[in-house]
Design a protein around this ligand. Structure first.
Ligand SMILES: Nc1ncnc2c1ncn2[C@@H]1O[C@H](COP(=O)(O)OP(=O)(O)OP(=O)(O)O)[C@@H](O)[C@H]1O
Ligand SMILES: [Mg+2]
Length: 384
């Protein structure tokens, strides 16, 4: 059985590293227990391990006395969906009927739109979101057992609800509800995850007073953690990866666990006599790239404008990893300024701005894709 995963959002067969992050979560949990509630948001690029960290945290701490961890995966949608998601997940978790929670909500006079756009009551006005969220959370507290329970809500993919004016208010609403809950001495902790650019989105749309979440950037895995993530599950299946292959995987994946899993998955399938050698790795690499091309890289490339595609071609063909603005401008070779395109490419996470006026591609795997597939050659005007 192949122990490696080819998708994000799935539990790895062996969880590696993240000791620092789990310690930080434990610290916030203890502080919340002691009456000083804390909230954190882990952000980072695709596949860096955000969902997996939440799952691990849940697994490690859900059996503590009086600690209730409810995971709420967010979906793109309307603000009201938040109530529905929270209520649904709570009902699941507590093993009670969703309708029984909605009935209790109705009984305390909260009137909010529920699934399908209906409101609970036609006779009373709709409850304001802050009050509704506060009351719904207080009601959930009442359903929890124990004298002084700690409720932890895990919101995965916060960027999904920052899509329109209404949902952008969620952070201030959460903040207000939190203040009220703290006054009522209810112990609640929010842990969220978000895309690499979540903070720029939050800052853009909400008042800077909204500081309910401590930002924490989730970084890549270390070499040692990468090594364990590959060796431990593969050895269990009787397959051995050469040290040299592990170095190559670490180098090209740059410690991104999603890439690591995809690469290891393909190499595992190609193992010869239960061994993965550099030869196996090299043989598998083209299919790894085409898998990732179909999954993400092609769309990322196609979402770039023609000018941006040209810049991608320039950077991917360069021998150096980082290019300066001047080098790009010379190769760009037109009268127009590349700066606005560079800025938009950084925003789209196609490029990373290393320092002032220095740019590189978002990651090595994407660079390998561009170099190998040369998608810019399909369009004659972009050939170099
Ligand atoms: N600590 C870890 N040890 C081993 N594998 C991991 C670890 N973290 C993540 N992975 C694996 O890497 C892949 C990506 O992880 P995950 O889905 O958590 O990333 P993500 O940041 O939530 O991605 P997305 O941006 O798509 O939501 C998954 O296959 C997961 O099993
Ligand atoms: Mg995720």
């Amino acid at each position: 059985m192949n122990p490696f995963k080819r998708r994000t959002g799935v539990v790895p067969s062996y969880f590696t590293g993240r000791e620092k992050e789990l310690k930080e979560l434990k610290r916030i949990l203890d502080s919340t227990k002691n009456g000083d509630s804390g909230n954190i948001i882990f952000y980072g690029s695709k596949g860096i391990g955000k969902t997996t960290l939440l799952l691990k945290f849940q697994e490690e701490f859900e059996n503590l006395d009086d600690v209730y961890i409810i995971r709420v995966p967010l979906v793109e949608g309307d603000f009201n969906d938040i109530y529905n998601l929270i209520v649904d997940k709570t009902a699941d978790f507590l093993n009670i009927k969703v309708t029984s929670i909605w009935n209790s909500i109705k009984e305390i006079g909260v009137n909010v739109p529920i699934i399908g756009g209906f409101t609970l009551s036609r006779d009373i006005p709709i409850t304001s979101p802050t009050v509704a969220l506060e009351k719904i959370l207080k009601l959930i507290f009442e359903k929890l057992k124990g004298k002084d329970p700690v409720l932890i809500l895990l919101f995965d993919d916060l960027q999904r609800i920052l899509v329109n004016e209404d949902t952008q208010k969620i952070l201030s609403i959460m903040q207000n509800a939190l203040v009220e809950l703290n006054i009522a001495k209810k112990k609640i902790m929010f842990v969220a995850t978000g895309s690499y650019d979540i903070f720029s989105k939050i800052v853009e749309y909400t008042d800077s007073a909204v500081r309910i979440f401590d930002p924490y950037e989730l970084g890549p895995l270390s070499f040692e953690d990468t090594k364990k993530a590959i060796n431990i599950p593969s050895k269990k299946e009787g397959v051995v990866f050469d040290d040299e292959v592990i170095k190559r995987i670490y180098n090209v994946s740059e410690g991104n666990p999603y890439y690591l899993q995809v690469i290891a998955h393909n190499c595992f399938n190609e193992a010869d006599n239960n061994k993965v050698t550099v030869h196996t790795f090299e043989k598998s690499f083209p299919s790894i790239l085409s898998f990732l091309a179909q999954r993400e890289f092609k769309t990322m490339y196609e979402h770039a404008s023609n000018e941006e595609k040209k810049i991608l071609a320039i950077i991917s063909q360069s021998n150096t990893e980082v290019l300066s603005y001047n080098e790009i401008k010379i190769k760009y070779n037109t009268n127009s300024e590349p700066s606005i395109f560079l800025k938009s490419m950084v925003n789209k996470n196609l490029l990373i701005k290393e320092s002032r006026g220095k740019y590189k591609l978002r990651d090595k795997m994407f660079k390998e894709y561009l170099k190998t597939f040369k998608p810019y050659e399909e369009n004659g005007s972009l050939t170099y």
